[in-house]
Design a binder for this molecule. Structure first.
Ligand SMILES: *Cc1c(COP(=O)(O)O)cnc(C)c1O
Length: 389
């Protein structure tokens, strides 16, 4: 029987070549790597994992983290980059050329769309947005110029869970490469390669770090030729991560599955409770039966990240919703998620979609590791002050 991922992340077969037999990995930092002699220097291939050539091409610490993230995602190869957004950029820059078209879900992580609007457009790469709940429409949108389809499950902020199976089938039928931004699924609730996806990225900034103190991204593959293509671009662009940052993620990985499960439980409890509150119009969480794409989530996952959005009743103004967020004492106001501190961010859906199907003002909540009863009491007092005054 395959061991649970939390066990695999602690008992991992990969050993750094230094042979220092402690369970805790060493932290190696270097720009220069010395060679024994010139012949050795000339014979060393920067692409090979059998040795080291230069700090940017990898150290024992960064290679160890790459191996563990590949395991987490169910991939075979992994590259580390300085942020989750840089992972998206690396994939785009490797696979897309002038004249190509990119398809993005209409609920995609905002900065991903901005990259398409700015850099990709400037480089002669076009993009269109698709409805992640409509695989038939996606199949019809694919043109001979379509070279890459991004997937996100669920979409950022509005949390619609895509018809992942249908979308991947449509892409494969038309021979188009797929890439999944798996920051939400984190390799725990969702493993992209099991569903036929070609490339899986993650913002390690979120659950793998878990501490809110590091920015990092990963790009995983299960195809050596594809990995080497991405690795070539990675090298030529000068991307890499620091040993101390890799150390922070390595230290957090063994507790990741526990944190994820705890934050999932807490978020679901609070999402269900919020649904019963009079100020709340709707709660968007893929595990709730009336959340868009719930059936797709239920078909693929039994876990969820500790993240959901609340739509307050349309009778409440944006100013009242802002007052609710300002009134929270335990929830910080800030971006990112998956750290120990719960966070709240109000979003204006009109600036995010051409047409928003939702009524009312939205607040996205990320649940940290505080006690659920304390978070519930905090939400309760802030709602009372903002909406009952
Ligand atoms: C946070 C996030 C990113 C970007 O990660 P950074 O490390 O902050 O650049 C990308 N995709 C999704 C879905 C995210 O939530």
């Amino acid at each position: 029987m395959a061991r649970h991922i939390s066990t695999q992340l602690i008992h991992h077969p990969y050993q750094s070549p230094e042979g220092f037999a402690a369970p805790q990995p060493g932290v190696f930092k270097a720009s220069t790597v010395l060679f024994k002699d010139v012949a050795n220097m000339r014979a060393r291939d920067w692409r090979s994992r059998a040795g080291y050539t230069y700090g940017r091409h990898g150290t024992p610490t960064t290679m160890l983290l790459e191996e563990r993230i590949a395991t987490l995602e169910g991939g075979l190869q992994c590259l580390l980059v300085p942020s989750g957004l840089a992972a998206l950029a690396l994939v785009n820059q490797t696979l897309l050329s002038p004249g190509d078209e990119l398809l993005l879900p209409n609920n995609v992580y905002g900065p991903s769309r901005e990259m398409a609007r700015h850099e990709l457009t400037r480089w002669g790469i076009t993009h269109r947005m698709y409805d992640p709940l409509d695989a038939v429409a996606l199949r019809e949108m694919i043109s001979p110029a379509t070279k890459l389809i991004w997937l996100e499950a669920p979409g950022s902020v509005t949390m619609e869970f895509p018809d992942l199976t249908g979308l991947v089938a449509a892409a494969r039928q038309r021979g188009v490469m797929t890439a999944l931004d798996n920051t939400w699924g984190a390799g725990l609730a969702l493993r992209g390669f099991e569903h036929g996806i070609d490339i899986v990225t993650q913002a390690l900034t979120k659950y793998p770090s878990g501490g809110g103190d590091v920015l990092m991204g990963s790009v995983c593959t299960r195809d050596l030729a594809l990995h080497e293509r991405i690795k070539g671009t990675h090298m030529r662009l000068g991307l890499g991560v620091a040993g101390n940052d890799a150390e922070l993620v390595l230290r957090s990985l063994p507790s990741m599955a526990l944190r994820y499960a705890a934050q999932d439980q807490a978020a679901r409890q609070l999402a269900q409770w919020l649904q019963t509150q009079s100020a709340v119009g709707r709660v968007l969480h893929p595990a709730l039966p009336d959340s868009p794409g719930h059936n797709h989530w239920a078909g693929l996952c039994d876990q969820a990240a500790g993240l959901f959005s609340v739509l307050f009743k349309p009778k409440f103004s944006a100013a009242q919703v802002d007052r609710f967020v300002d009134g929270l004492q335990l929830f910080g106001i800030g971006y990112s998620w998956a750290g120990p501190i719960s966070l709240a961010v109000p979003y204006d859906l009109r600036t995010m979609r051409e047409r928003s199907p939702y009524q009312g003002h939205l607040v996205r909540l990320c649940i940290g590791l505080e006690a659920v009863a304390d978070l519930q009491a905090d939400l309760h007092q802030a709602m009372a002050a903002a909406f009952e005054a």
